[in-house]
Design a protein around this ligand. Structure first.
Ligand SMILES: Cc1ncc(COP(=O)(O)O)c(C=O)c1O
Length: 393
């Protein structure tokens, strides 16, 4: 055989040339290689409620093992519609306005694919979750990056307003916010409502940490604001709420005309989501206590972690929500404090034995503000061990 007839894998022009291995994978691998306490990637190191596992077992044994309806198991869609109405005061129709997804990640991608045409502009507020930008690029959209205010991470409405053009198709927001823990206030949601009211800009509201807002404050869901809800896909995740990130089950709610388009893409994307998990979640949701008590559960861990770091040279940034705590490293008593954030995190993992995520990973241009993110969704003992190690700095 000459070279021309040898089996040959054709070369590809990448659809996502900028994308490499995510920082979360890199840091988790480094953490396990060095036996570090992994406060990098955002997932709990403790189990879920055994009652939820029993509900899965019961659902499987009851024979719920074949394809469910494309839009999700009716009882789960109903439970989600009821919960959203009870908490945020807006009634979504369980049949036409609620869809169960394979985690929030798929919900966000599907919403973007459903509404973004090639050349449309989509605004993201940086720092932002790492899937948004590649999602927009896959849809052929143009990413418009608007920074949140450095330090406070609060939305800057002048900057958002300046970014809106006749080509703007959608704005992506995330509250409570990963990585900063910032939570939008009522005044900010109202300001957004007023800003978008005269436009046709859609809103994709990533609310996966909706049940982790601390200090007694309410979660400002877009569902509370009729003007925003009328243009919004609102996304949530059972993985975050019930300590089962590996199950990858989420939901999206949206007005019927938006949801109809969402479902066209969903149908040929995943089609359906794991049946027994959906039945189990529907059963488990009958008791609101686990999601209503989640904020107190994580607030205690936030306080334990913040208290432990308060005597160190890490400067704590506000921690209003999520299970992340950001810290400024510029006052540390070691020369490595001057390393770029990413190199600092690698050094911290290797030499101090605690993995963190650099905030620069959440910016397109790698903006470095001397801040790293820790995840405190960990057992108290894990957090105490991390604090002990970090106290050396
Ligand atoms: C802001 C944000 N959105 C979406 C997701 C993805 O959620 P899921 O695991 O349900 O796909 C995460 C997970 O870390 C997240 O932090």
């Amino acid at each position: 055989m000459d070279a021309a007839t040898l089996p040959r894998t054709p070369a590809l022009a990448s659809r996502l040339p900028q994308v490499g291995t995510t920082i979360f994978t890199v840091m988790s691998a480094l953490a396990s290689e060095h036996g570090a306490v992994n406060l990098g990637q955002g997932f709990p190191d403790f189990g879920c409620d055994p009652a939820l596992l029993d509900a899965v077992d019961a659902a499987m044994r009851a024979g719920h093992n074949q394809y469910p309806p494309m839009t999700g198991v009716p009882a789960l869609r109903q439970a989600v519609a009821d919960k959203v109405e009870k908490l945020y005061g807006r009634r979504y129709d369980a049949n036409t306005e609620v869809t169960v997804t394979a985690g929030a990640t798929q919900a966000i991608l599907t919403a973007i694919l459903a509404v973004v045409h090639p050349g449309d502009e989509v605004i993201v507020l940086e720092p932002c979750y790492d899937s948004y930008v590649p999602n927009i690029e896959l849809a052929g959209g143009r990413v418009v990056r608007v920074p949140l205010t450095p330090g406070s991470f609060r939305p800057d409405f002048d900057k958002i307003a300046a970014a809106i053009t006749p080509r703007t198709r959608a704005l992506l927001i995330n509250s409570p916010h990963n990585p900063s823990g910032m939570c939008w206030t009522e005044a900010e949601m109202r300001a957004l409502d007023a800003l978008l009211a005269p436009t046709d800009v859609l809103l994709i509201s990533d609310e996966v940490y909706e049940h982790m807002v601390f200090d007694g404050l309410p979660h400002q869901s877009a569902a509370r604001y009729p003007g925003l809800a009328a243009r919004a896909f609102i996304v949530s995740s059972f993985g975050k709420t019930y300590h089962v990130t590996g199950w990858k089950v989420g939901t999206v709610v949206a007005p019927a005309p938006l949801m109809a388009e969402f479902r066209k893409v969903h149908q040929f994307n995943v089609f359906t989501v794991n049946t027994p998990m959906q039945h189990a979640l529907a059963t488990y949701m009958a008791n609101p206590a686990p999601y209503l008590e989640l904020a107190a559960f994580y607030q205690r861990k936030r306080d334990l972690f913040r208290e432990g770091l308060s005597t160190t040279r890490f400067r704590l940034l506000p921690g209003e929500g999520t299970y992340f705590q950001c810290v400024d490293i510029s006052n540390l008593a070691v020369p490595e404090r001057d390393l770029p954030e990413g190199d600092f995190c690698q050094w911290l993992t290797r030499e101090i034995g605690v993995a963190a995520i650099p905030l620069s990973a959440f910016y397109g241009d790698g903006f470095d503000q001397r801040v790293v993110r820790f995840c405190f969704a960990k057992k108290d003992d894990t957090l105490r061990e991390a604090i002990k190690r970090l106290a050396r700095l």
